[in-house]
Design a protein around this ligand. Structure first.
Ligand code: BMA
Length: 340
Protein backbone atom coordinates (compact mmCIF):
# COMPACT_ATOMS: atom_id res chain seq x y z
CA UNK A 1 0.00 0.00 0.00
CA UNK A 2 1.42 3.34 -1.00
CA UNK A 3 2.81 5.23 1.97
CA UNK A 4 1.65 2.65 4.54
CA UNK A 5 3.84 2.52 7.62
CA UNK A 6 3.94 0.76 10.95
CA UNK A 7 4.70 3.52 13.43
CA UNK A 8 6.22 1.46 16.25
CA UNK A 9 9.55 -0.02 15.19
CA UNK A 10 8.94 -3.48 16.64
CA UNK A 11 11.58 -6.19 16.27
CA UNK A 12 13.20 -7.79 13.24
CA UNK A 13 13.69 -11.18 14.96
CA UNK A 14 9.97 -11.93 15.23
CA UNK A 15 8.97 -15.45 14.18
CA UNK A 16 8.32 -15.59 10.46
CA UNK A 17 7.63 -17.93 7.62
CA UNK A 18 7.18 -16.83 4.02
CA UNK A 19 3.78 -17.03 2.39
CA UNK A 20 2.90 -20.43 0.93
CA UNK A 21 2.07 -20.60 -2.78
CA UNK A 22 -1.67 -20.47 -2.22
CA UNK A 23 -3.46 -18.38 0.39
CA UNK A 24 -7.25 -18.31 0.33
CA UNK A 25 -9.12 -15.10 1.15
CA UNK A 26 -7.30 -12.60 3.35
CA UNK A 27 -3.50 -12.31 2.97
CA UNK A 28 -2.74 -14.18 6.19
CA UNK A 29 -1.24 -17.64 6.56
CA UNK A 30 -0.63 -20.10 9.37
CA UNK A 31 2.73 -21.30 10.63
CA UNK A 32 3.25 -24.72 9.07
CA UNK A 33 4.34 -26.22 12.42
CA UNK A 34 1.22 -25.08 14.30
CA UNK A 35 0.23 -25.46 17.03
CA UNK A 36 3.25 -23.89 18.72
CA UNK A 37 1.99 -24.92 22.18
CA UNK A 38 0.37 -28.34 22.54
CA UNK A 39 -1.51 -30.13 25.30
CA UNK A 40 -0.07 -30.64 28.81
CA UNK A 41 2.63 -28.03 28.20
CA UNK A 42 3.85 -27.94 31.77
CA UNK A 43 3.30 -29.72 35.09
CA UNK A 44 -0.22 -29.17 36.40
CA UNK A 45 -1.45 -27.39 33.25
CA UNK A 46 -3.64 -29.24 30.77
CA UNK A 47 -3.93 -26.61 28.04
CA UNK A 48 -2.48 -23.22 27.16
CA UNK A 49 -4.34 -20.91 24.75
CA UNK A 50 -5.56 -17.28 24.39
CA UNK A 51 -2.19 -15.84 25.42
CA UNK A 52 -0.10 -12.74 24.77
CA UNK A 53 3.59 -12.10 24.11
CA UNK A 54 5.96 -9.13 23.72
CA UNK A 55 9.60 -8.71 22.70
CA UNK A 56 11.85 -8.50 25.75
CA UNK A 57 15.61 -8.07 26.03
CA UNK A 58 16.23 -9.39 22.51
CA UNK A 59 14.00 -12.43 23.08
CA UNK A 60 10.30 -12.91 23.90
CA UNK A 61 8.23 -13.12 27.03
CA UNK A 62 4.54 -13.70 27.51
CA UNK A 63 1.56 -14.24 29.77
CA UNK A 64 -0.27 -17.47 29.12
CA UNK A 65 -3.72 -18.69 29.95
CA UNK A 66 -3.00 -22.02 31.57
CA UNK A 67 -5.96 -24.25 32.29
CA UNK A 68 -4.84 -26.14 35.38
CA UNK A 69 -5.64 -29.81 35.81
CA UNK A 70 -8.40 -28.80 38.23
CA UNK A 71 -10.01 -26.97 35.28
CA UNK A 72 -9.43 -23.47 36.68
CA UNK A 73 -7.58 -20.99 34.44
CA UNK A 74 -4.71 -18.93 35.68
CA UNK A 75 -1.88 -16.90 34.18
CA UNK A 76 1.61 -18.31 33.74
CA UNK A 77 4.77 -16.57 32.60
CA UNK A 78 6.52 -17.99 29.55
CA UNK A 79 9.84 -17.24 27.86
CA UNK A 80 11.16 -17.94 24.40
CA UNK A 81 14.26 -17.18 22.37
CA UNK A 82 12.47 -17.34 19.02
CA UNK A 83 8.77 -16.73 19.82
CA UNK A 84 7.99 -20.32 18.83
CA UNK A 85 9.45 -22.66 21.47
CA UNK A 86 8.20 -21.62 24.89
CA UNK A 87 9.13 -22.64 28.40
CA UNK A 88 6.84 -21.85 31.31
CA UNK A 89 7.32 -21.02 34.94
CA UNK A 90 6.12 -23.87 37.10
CA UNK A 91 4.13 -21.56 39.34
CA UNK A 92 1.34 -19.14 38.54
CA UNK A 93 2.28 -15.48 38.29
CA UNK A 94 2.61 -14.31 41.93
CA UNK A 95 0.66 -11.07 41.84
CA UNK A 96 0.88 -8.75 44.81
CA UNK A 97 -0.93 -5.61 45.84
CA UNK A 98 0.58 -2.15 46.31
CA UNK A 99 1.62 -3.11 49.87
CA UNK A 100 3.41 -6.26 48.78
CA UNK A 101 0.70 -8.64 50.02
CA UNK A 102 0.04 -11.65 47.78
CA UNK A 103 -2.93 -11.33 45.47
CA UNK A 104 -4.45 -14.41 43.86
CA UNK A 105 -7.58 -13.95 41.77
CA UNK A 106 -10.07 -16.81 42.04
CA UNK A 107 -9.47 -17.40 38.35
CA UNK A 108 -7.72 -15.46 35.60
CA UNK A 109 -8.03 -15.89 31.86
CA UNK A 110 -7.45 -14.42 28.38
CA UNK A 111 -4.50 -12.19 29.39
CA UNK A 112 -3.23 -9.40 27.15
CA UNK A 113 0.21 -7.86 27.63
CA UNK A 114 0.90 -4.28 26.52
CA UNK A 115 3.87 -1.98 27.04
CA UNK A 116 3.01 1.68 27.62
CA UNK A 117 5.85 4.07 28.39
CA UNK A 118 8.31 1.45 29.72
CA UNK A 119 5.78 -0.33 31.91
CA UNK A 120 4.24 -3.68 30.93
CA UNK A 121 0.57 -4.10 31.75
CA UNK A 122 -1.24 -7.40 32.02
CA UNK A 123 -4.98 -7.17 31.52
CA UNK A 124 -7.18 -10.23 32.01
CA UNK A 125 -10.60 -11.49 32.98
CA UNK A 126 -11.15 -12.41 36.63
CA UNK A 127 -13.81 -12.76 39.29
CA UNK A 128 -14.94 -9.43 40.77
CA UNK A 129 -18.34 -10.60 42.03
CA UNK A 130 -18.77 -11.77 38.45
CA UNK A 131 -16.50 -11.78 35.42
CA UNK A 132 -14.66 -8.47 35.14
CA UNK A 133 -11.28 -7.05 34.17
CA UNK A 134 -8.19 -7.45 36.33
CA UNK A 135 -4.96 -5.60 35.79
CA UNK A 136 -1.35 -5.59 36.97
CA UNK A 137 1.90 -3.89 36.03
CA UNK A 138 5.49 -5.00 35.90
CA UNK A 139 8.76 -3.53 34.72
CA UNK A 140 10.99 -6.57 35.23
CA UNK A 141 8.67 -9.61 34.96
CA UNK A 142 9.66 -10.51 38.52
CA UNK A 143 7.36 -8.29 40.53
CA UNK A 144 3.75 -8.02 39.35
CA UNK A 145 1.77 -5.33 41.13
CA UNK A 146 -1.96 -5.27 40.90
CA UNK A 147 -3.67 -2.05 39.81
CA UNK A 148 -7.30 -1.17 40.45
CA UNK A 149 -9.94 -3.16 38.59
CA UNK A 150 -10.78 -0.72 35.79
CA UNK A 151 -14.42 -1.60 35.19
CA UNK A 152 -17.54 -2.87 36.94
CA UNK A 153 -18.68 -6.41 36.17
CA UNK A 154 -19.50 -7.81 33.75
CA UNK A 155 -16.76 -7.20 31.25
CA UNK A 156 -14.28 -9.22 29.19
CA UNK A 157 -11.68 -8.87 26.46
CA UNK A 158 -9.94 -5.73 27.67
CA UNK A 159 -6.78 -4.50 26.01
CA UNK A 160 -4.81 -1.28 26.38
CA UNK A 161 -3.61 0.87 23.51
CA UNK A 162 0.21 0.88 23.42
CA UNK A 163 0.37 4.65 23.91
CA UNK A 164 -1.68 7.38 25.49
CA UNK A 165 -4.02 9.46 23.32
CA UNK A 166 -4.55 13.10 24.29
CA UNK A 167 -2.60 12.36 27.48
CA UNK A 168 -4.83 9.48 28.64
CA UNK A 169 -4.49 5.70 28.78
CA UNK A 170 -7.01 4.11 26.43
CA UNK A 171 -8.59 0.70 26.87
CA UNK A 172 -10.88 -1.38 24.70
CA UNK A 173 -13.29 -3.72 26.46
CA UNK A 174 -16.43 -5.73 25.88
CA UNK A 175 -19.16 -5.28 28.49
CA UNK A 176 -21.23 -8.43 28.87
CA UNK A 177 -23.50 -10.42 31.18
CA UNK A 178 -22.88 -12.97 33.88
CA UNK A 179 -23.02 -16.04 31.63
CA UNK A 180 -21.47 -17.13 28.36
CA UNK A 181 -22.65 -13.85 26.89
CA UNK A 182 -24.69 -14.17 23.70
CA UNK A 183 -24.14 -10.50 22.78
CA UNK A 184 -21.54 -7.74 23.01
CA UNK A 185 -19.92 -4.75 21.34
CA UNK A 186 -16.47 -3.18 21.72
CA UNK A 187 -16.18 0.07 23.72
CA UNK A 188 -13.23 2.34 24.47
CA UNK A 189 -12.64 4.08 27.81
CA UNK A 190 -9.95 6.48 28.94
CA UNK A 191 -8.06 7.23 32.12
CA UNK A 192 -5.48 9.78 33.23
CA UNK A 193 -4.08 7.50 35.97
CA UNK A 194 -5.28 3.89 35.48
CA UNK A 195 -7.55 4.36 38.50
CA UNK A 196 -10.42 6.49 37.21
CA UNK A 197 -11.91 5.43 33.90
CA UNK A 198 -14.50 7.32 31.89
CA UNK A 199 -15.43 8.96 28.60
CA UNK A 200 -16.75 5.58 27.49
CA UNK A 201 -17.42 5.43 23.76
CA UNK A 202 -18.90 2.75 21.54
CA UNK A 203 -16.36 1.58 18.97
CA UNK A 204 -18.17 -1.07 16.99
CA UNK A 205 -20.87 -3.68 17.33
CA UNK A 206 -21.76 -7.09 16.05
CA UNK A 207 -22.58 -6.91 12.40
CA UNK A 208 -24.64 -8.29 9.55
CA UNK A 209 -21.88 -10.56 8.32
CA UNK A 210 -22.76 -13.88 9.85
CA UNK A 211 -19.26 -14.67 11.14
CA UNK A 212 -19.52 -11.66 13.50
CA UNK A 213 -23.29 -11.49 13.89
CA UNK A 214 -23.55 -12.71 17.50
CA UNK A 215 -20.85 -10.75 19.37
CA UNK A 216 -17.37 -9.37 18.93
CA UNK A 217 -14.48 -8.61 21.27
CA UNK A 218 -11.11 -6.90 21.23
CA UNK A 219 -8.11 -9.09 20.54
CA UNK A 220 -4.52 -7.98 20.22
CA UNK A 221 -3.36 -4.52 21.30
CA UNK A 222 -4.18 -2.03 18.52
CA UNK A 223 -1.21 -1.51 16.17
CA UNK A 224 -0.34 2.09 15.30
CA UNK A 225 -0.05 2.63 11.54
CA UNK A 226 -0.06 5.60 9.18
CA UNK A 227 -3.67 4.64 8.29
CA UNK A 228 -4.93 4.49 11.87
CA UNK A 229 -5.04 1.80 14.58
CA UNK A 230 -5.02 -1.65 13.05
CA UNK A 231 -7.26 -3.78 15.23
CA UNK A 232 -7.21 -7.57 15.11
CA UNK A 233 -10.31 -8.75 16.98
CA UNK A 234 -12.63 -11.74 17.25
CA UNK A 235 -16.14 -12.15 15.87
CA UNK A 236 -18.60 -14.87 16.84
CA UNK A 237 -21.24 -16.70 14.86
CA UNK A 238 -23.98 -18.88 16.33
CA UNK A 239 -24.72 -22.28 14.86
CA UNK A 240 -26.87 -25.27 15.82
CA UNK A 241 -23.64 -26.81 17.17
CA UNK A 242 -22.43 -23.81 19.16
CA UNK A 243 -20.36 -20.69 18.69
CA UNK A 244 -17.67 -20.23 16.02
CA UNK A 245 -14.89 -17.72 16.75
CA UNK A 246 -13.16 -16.09 13.76
CA UNK A 247 -10.50 -13.40 13.50
CA UNK A 248 -11.52 -10.02 12.07
CA UNK A 249 -9.74 -6.78 11.18
CA UNK A 250 -10.59 -3.08 11.39
CA UNK A 251 -8.80 0.27 11.25
CA UNK A 252 -9.70 2.90 13.86
CA UNK A 253 -9.15 6.64 13.70
CA UNK A 254 -5.76 7.50 15.16
CA UNK A 255 -6.96 10.39 17.39
CA UNK A 256 -10.55 9.28 18.02
CA UNK A 257 -10.34 5.48 18.09
CA UNK A 258 -14.07 5.16 18.75
CA UNK A 259 -14.49 6.05 15.07
CA UNK A 260 -14.01 3.07 12.80
CA UNK A 261 -12.52 4.02 9.42
CA UNK A 262 -12.58 0.57 7.85
CA UNK A 263 -13.92 -2.77 8.92
CA UNK A 264 -13.43 -5.92 6.95
CA UNK A 265 -16.66 -7.67 5.94
CA UNK A 266 -14.78 -10.94 5.49
CA UNK A 267 -13.07 -12.71 8.34
CA UNK A 268 -9.28 -12.75 8.18
CA UNK A 269 -9.01 -16.27 9.57
CA UNK A 270 -11.61 -18.84 10.61
CA UNK A 271 -11.30 -22.35 12.11
CA UNK A 272 -10.15 -24.71 9.36
CA UNK A 273 -7.23 -26.72 10.71
CA UNK A 274 -7.57 -29.72 13.06
CA UNK A 275 -6.18 -27.76 16.04
CA UNK A 276 -8.77 -25.00 15.50
CA UNK A 277 -11.75 -27.26 14.79
CA UNK A 278 -11.07 -29.93 17.38
CA UNK A 279 -10.35 -29.46 21.07
CA UNK A 280 -11.85 -28.56 24.41
CA UNK A 281 -14.08 -26.01 22.65
CA UNK A 282 -14.20 -26.72 18.91
CA UNK A 283 -14.10 -24.00 16.25
CA UNK A 284 -12.28 -21.23 18.07
CA UNK A 285 -9.59 -18.90 16.73
CA UNK A 286 -9.03 -16.20 19.35
CA UNK A 287 -6.29 -13.58 18.77
CA UNK A 288 -4.59 -12.01 21.80
CA UNK A 289 -1.28 -10.55 20.58
CA UNK A 290 0.85 -9.56 17.61
CA UNK A 291 4.54 -8.95 17.05
CA UNK A 292 5.62 -6.61 14.31
CA UNK A 293 8.60 -5.31 12.37
CA UNK A 294 8.24 -1.86 10.83
CA UNK A 295 11.25 -2.46 8.57
CA UNK A 296 9.56 -5.29 6.67
CA UNK A 297 5.87 -4.78 7.60
CA UNK A 298 5.85 -8.31 8.98
CA UNK A 299 3.19 -9.25 11.51
CA UNK A 300 3.09 -12.40 13.63
CA UNK A 301 -0.33 -13.05 15.17
CA UNK A 302 -0.72 -15.28 18.25
CA UNK A 303 -4.11 -16.86 18.66
CA UNK A 304 -5.77 -19.43 20.86
CA UNK A 305 -7.09 -22.46 18.97
CA UNK A 306 -10.06 -24.55 20.16
CA UNK A 307 -9.38 -23.50 23.77
CA UNK A 308 -6.58 -26.07 23.65
CA UNK A 309 -3.55 -24.74 21.74
CA UNK A 310 -1.66 -21.63 20.66
CA UNK A 311 -1.33 -20.99 16.93
CA UNK A 312 0.77 -18.51 14.99
CA UNK A 313 -0.24 -16.78 11.77
CA UNK A 314 1.70 -14.35 9.59
CA UNK A 315 0.84 -11.41 7.37
CA UNK A 316 2.34 -8.28 5.88
CA UNK A 317 0.68 -5.38 7.70
CA UNK A 318 0.38 -3.26 4.55
CA UNK A 319 -1.33 -6.08 2.63
CA UNK A 320 -3.65 -6.79 5.53
CA UNK A 321 -4.63 -3.12 5.81
CA UNK A 322 -5.24 -2.99 2.05
CA UNK A 323 -7.45 -6.08 2.24
CA UNK A 324 -9.43 -4.58 5.13
CA UNK A 325 -9.94 -1.36 3.14
CA UNK A 326 -10.92 -3.18 -0.05
CA UNK A 327 -13.52 -5.27 1.75
CA UNK A 328 -14.67 -2.64 4.20
CA UNK A 329 -18.32 -2.66 5.23
CA UNK A 330 -18.06 0.03 7.89
CA UNK A 331 -21.48 1.37 8.88
CA UNK A 332 -22.72 4.68 10.24
CA UNK A 333 -23.02 3.28 13.77
CA UNK A 334 -19.33 2.31 13.72
CA UNK A 335 -18.14 5.58 12.22
CA UNK A 336 -19.75 7.86 14.80
CA UNK A 337 -18.02 9.05 17.95
CA UNK A 338 -20.05 6.51 19.92
CA UNK A 339 -21.81 8.42 22.69
CA UNK A 340 -25.57 8.66 23.29
C1 BMA B 1 -15.09 -16.84 25.32
C2 BMA B 1 -13.92 -16.75 26.26
C3 BMA B 1 -12.68 -17.31 25.61
C4 BMA B 1 -12.91 -18.63 24.92
C5 BMA B 1 -14.16 -18.58 24.08
C6 BMA B 1 -14.50 -19.92 23.46
O1 BMA B 1 -16.27 -16.46 25.96
O2 BMA B 1 -14.19 -17.48 27.42
O3 BMA B 1 -11.71 -17.50 26.60
O4 BMA B 1 -11.81 -18.92 24.09
O5 BMA B 1 -15.24 -18.16 24.86
O6 BMA B 1 -14.73 -20.89 24.45
Amino acid sequence: MHGFQLIEKGVSNLPWQERPKKVNGAPIWRYSQNPVIGRNPTEGVARIFNSAVVPYEGEFIGVFRGEQINGIPYIYLGKSKDGICWSFDKNKIPFEDENGNPFMPVYAYDPRLVKVEDVYYIIWCQDFYGAAIGMARTTDFKRFVRVENPFLPFNRNAVLFPRKIHGNFMMLSRPSDSGHTPFGDIFVSESPDLVYWGKHRHVMGKSEEWWQSLKIGGGAAPIETSEGWLLIYHGVSNTCNGYVYSIGGAILDIDEPSKVKYRCGNYLLTPEEWYEERGFVPNVTFPCATLQDAGTNRLAIYYGAADSYVGLAFAYADELAEYIKEHSVVREVDMEIGVR
